[in-house]
Design a protein around this ligand. Structure first.
Ligand SMILES: [Zn+2]
Length: 165
């Protein structure tokens, strides 16, 4: 692999921002749909649609959320949410996202990394690596940042998604 890039549609970014701030000060998260390709060693992700788990009454028992933690407590439930994003957007499930409200933390916590490493080891997105998007911002929401984390086995690539479309 020679390069990795992540693109996001403005509508998907808006949706992430709205969902994350609506559930603030608690962390929240969800699933992403889109496309992936690997040509001449260049790995590319396109995030085209997202869903937030907290926006669905029927998924309220599959996670716990606090201002400092977001944890999926039901893997099967999360898989059902992933199916929902596939049906909604007619595209592949490419990864998960979560938020760090009122935080300057642009890096994944130990627990977040464990989650990503587990997806990698299970080959959940084979032949592609798992993608995880993190949103963080300060109180006013002005310093809103988005970072993409891709587990590549030995290390995690971290980059800022490019807005396209
Ligand atoms: Zn986190």
């Amino acid at each position: 692999m020679t390069s990795v890039s992540v693109n996001i549609f403005p509508s998907a970014l808006d949706s992430l921002r709205r969902t994350a701030t609506r559930h603030s000060p608690d962390e929240t998260g969800g699933v992403m749909a889109g496309t992936r390709s690997c040509r001449d060693g260049a790995l590319e992700f396109n995030i085209l649609g997202v869903l937030g788990v907290a926006d669905f009454e029927d998924f309220k028992d599959i996670y716990t959320a606090s201002p400092t933690e977001f944890v999926c407590t039901d893997r099967l439930g999360w898989a059902t949410l992933a199916l929902r994003v596939v049906k909604t957007y007619g595209m592949s499930y490419i990864g998960d996202w979560h938020s760090h409200p009122n935080s300057s933390l642009t890096t994944l916590s130990t627990r977040d990394i464990h989650h990503l490493a587990q997806q990698y080891m299970l080959g959940q997105f084979d032949p592609y690596p798992p993608l995880h998007v993190l949103l963080n911002w300060w109180l006013s929401g002005e310093d809103f940042r988005i970072s993409a984390h891709i587990m590549l086995g030995e290390f995690i690539a971290v980059l800022e998604p490019r807005i396209i479309g």
